[in-house]
Design a protein around this ligand. Structure first.
Ligand SMILES: Nc1ncnc2c1ncn2[C@@H]1O[C@H](COP(=O)(O)OP(=O)(O)OP(=O)(O)O)[C@@H](O)[C@H]1O
Length: 324
């Protein structure tokens, strides 16, 4: 079953991701955080764990680096195994994300949106069909090589009990913490958190939960956005990234995200629809199938369309302003 190799940063990265959904892994997360932050410098830890990855990998694969960020799903079906039974979650999913474009994914809770990201990152393999990144089937490359080309920023998630500097630069951990202080503050500016950080007595050296500084949910989210922006990857996976922000800040951060992700392939799962107006394509997912697709204007032109109804519902709730 297992053939790959895992580094400490991968453990931390995916434990962070899973800690939201799989509570037992918060224990792993805590362990990693302690190791990472209290005992050794991060750079030394990069090679500390060389443990197997729980994912099947083809033998003897050459190191792989994608030269572009195009993604394609072809006839993808996927089921989770639940109490020994298979439960179908995605059926016959087909879509293309050309390199450098933005695709938004919307749909009800449980529709299967986040599962698409898990499959792209190969945390699970498709049951049938295929997913390619820049033309290469993701099952043909090492998971670590694949993930080197992408970054996931999600709604929840954990920051380290360490300085803000470390927490943001952690986005470049897989590149050997190569990010400079200038790149870090640039990413923080884009995520609209720089101005807040520089008002703190210790600035970027402020240690979270020490130095009298604790983060609000929105600030936490902006630090993680800055961390995501610092990572030099061709593919950005944004899962409800700006949902903890108030509407005004969300708009600001969103427009910065659009600016800073220019040229990168971006997939974003969004609940608040005004944040995805400018996406090149929007996919509407329902119970594991794509029921509508098109640009914002195309979907709004469907008089009885599901997207249009979602928009109108949000308009009534006040989540959409009529001038958006
Ligand atoms: N590890 C798992 N094992 C079994 N079922 C799972 C697992 N993860 C997710 N599911 C189920 O698969 C379905 C799709 O989940 P997914 O998280 O992809 O939906 P989603 O559209 O992202 O939902 P939300 O908007 O609430 O985040 C849901 O019914 C969920 O309960």
């Amino acid at each position: 079953m297992v053939m790959g190799r895992l580094q400490i940063t991968d453990v931390a990265y995916f434990a962070t991701y899973f800690s939201e959904t799989y509570k037992p892994l918060t224990i792993v997360m805590e362990l990693v955080r302690r190791l990472h932050c209290e005992h050794l410098p991060g750079s030394q830890l990069l090679t500390l764990i060389d443990a197997p990855v729980d994912a099947p990998e083809p033998p003897h694969v050459e190191p792989w680096k994608s030269t572009g960020g195009a993604i394609e799903f072809k006839n993808v079906c996927f089921s989770y195994s639940e109490a020994g039974k298979q439960r179908a979650v995605l059926q016959d999913i087909n879509f293309k994300v050309p390199a450098g474009t933005t695709t938004a994914i919307v749909g009800k809770a449980g529709a299967g949106k986040s599962t698409l990201f898990l499959l792209i990152m190969r945390l699970y393999d498709v049951c049938s069909g295929s997913i390619t990144v820049n033309g290469t089937d993701v099952r043909q490359v090492k998971a670590t090589d694949l993930r080197q080309n992408m970054v996931l920023v999600q709604q929840g998630g954990t920051l380290f009990h360490h300085s803000l500097d470390f927490n943001i630069k952690y986005g470049s951990a897989r590149d050997g913490f190569r990010a400079t202080s200038e790149e870090m503050s640039q990413a923080a500016r884009r995520a609209r958190i720089h101005d807040r950080i520089v008002t703190l007595p210790k600035g970027y050296d402020t240690v979270l939960n020490e130095d009298g500084f604790d983060l609000s949910g929105g600030e936490n989210q902006r630090i993680r956005i800055a961390r995501g922006l610092i990572h030099e990857s061709q593919i950005l996976l944004l899962d409800e990234t700006t949902s903890a922000l108030d509407i005004l800040t969300e708009r600001e951060v969103q427009s910065e995200l659009i600016r800073s992700t220019k040229g990168k392939t971006c997939l974003m799962i969004a609940h608040r629809l005004p944040t995805i107006i400018h996406a090149d394509q929007i996919l509407v997912l329902d119970e594991g199938t794509i029921i509508e697709r098109g640009s914002f204007a195309e979907l709004m032109a469907l008089s009885d369309g599901v997207f249009r109804k979602m928009w109108q519902a949000q308009l009534r709730e006040g989540a959409v302003d009529s001038t958006a």
